[in-house]
Design a protein around this ligand. Structure first.
Ligand code: NAP
Length: 296
């Protein structure tokens, strides 16, 4: 019997684990892939108060080590089901807890066009910092208008010969500071009001076809396409214990309670105003604190 089981080892889940361990609770963190979550993809984190600049991967490593040092148990297993009585079934075992914190983050959104999956790892990537180095002096395209796309384009402009940044609207969702920096880069070209309608090639990606507002189609030869069009949650497995909004995010209150007693939610997978590192760790600390306070 654990006091708290945390599903997900991103910044929100690991922060919950840290807070719970500091209160001497018996904690299990279950993670399907690797610890760190989306922050692993951030080349530079410059907006975490008190830390001027850190690589996402270093932030994740530091947090993971801190949590382990405080005695949390982490198992790399995929959660398949959580029931109202706080029994968690994974692909390997079953665990019982007094409280559960769901901190499963969100997954990369796909363009959902033909051959997108086929070219994955053969010219298509969702992570510039992971795969950017394969494109030294090559031609790449970043798709998206948020901070991730802007940061990816900046990062790739230091590696690739040419970077196209394509966005479906004429204004960006991401911060102006990044955009201003991008505009100074001679090898970056912005393509606005356009979307990718097909990805083309034989074995590997060779080009994309774009369509603009006037329905004009253009083919652009590229070696790599980095898709950075946001994230979406995957909360179907929690349908029995939480309510979801229309986009699939888990509904909760300021105390991060879900509709089921003893089940809490933290981080990007929650319906909320701002999904950032700061708000993820904030949720994580609230979830553990409230769970401990209400534990029976
Ligand atoms: P995001 O802010 O949700 O932006 C997604 C972008 O992709 C939007 O510009 C959106 O266009 C576009 N998009 C969505 N679906 C699309 C589709 N099917 N086809 C074409 N374009 C599509 O996602 P994000 O950039 O990954 O950022 C996620 C969160 O992390 C944000 O809160 C962001 O601020 C934060 N973040 C922060 C930092 C940082 O501060 N250093 C770095 C990275 C991310 P529209 O604008 O037209 O909707």
């Amino acid at each position: 019997m654990y006091d708290i089981i945390i599903v997900g080892a991103g910044p929100a889940g690991l922060t919950s684990a840290l807070y719970a361990r500091r209160a001497s609770k018996k904690v299990l963190v279950l993670e399907a892939k690797s610890y760190g979550g989306q922050i692993l993809n951030a080349n530079k984190v410059e907006n975490y108060p008190g830390i001027e600049l850190i690589r996402g991967v270093d932030f994740a490593k530091n947090l993971y080590n801190q949590v382990i040092k405080h005695g949390a148990e982490i198992k790399f297993e995929t959660v398949l089901h959580v029931d109202e009585d706080k029994v968690v079934t994974t692909n390997k075992d079953k665990y019982q807890a007094k409280a559960i914190i769901i901190a499963t983050g969100a997954q990369n959104r796909k363009l959902n066009i033909e051959n997108e999956n086929e070219f994955l790892g053969k010219g298509i990537s969702y992570c510039a910092t992971c795969d950017g180095n394969f494109y030294k002096n090559k031609i790449v395209m970043v798709n998206g208008g948020g901070n991730t796309a802007l940061e990816d384009a900046l990062y790739l402009s230091e590696i690739a010969k040419k970077v196209y940044l394509i966005h479906r609207r004429d204004s960006f969702r991401g911060e102006n500071a990044y955009l201003e920096e991008l505009k100074k880069k001679p090898n970056v070209e912005l393509i606005l009001n356009s979307k990718i309608i097909s990805v083309n090639g034989k074995e590997n990606l060779e080009s994309v076809t774009l369509c603009d507002k006037e329905e004009n189609e253009t083919e652009i030869i590229i070696d790599g396409l980095f898709i950075a069009i946001g994230q979406e949650p995957k909360n179907e497995i929690f349908n029995n214990i939480v309510d979801l909004d229309e986009k699939g995010y888990i509904l909760s209150d300021d105390g991060v309670h879900t509709k089921t007693e003893g089940i809490y939610v933290a981080g990007d997978t929650r319906e909320k105003l701002l999904r950032q590192l700061t708000t993820a760790v904030s949720d994580g600390s609230i979830a553990a604190t409230v769970a401990i306070k209400e534990m029976k």
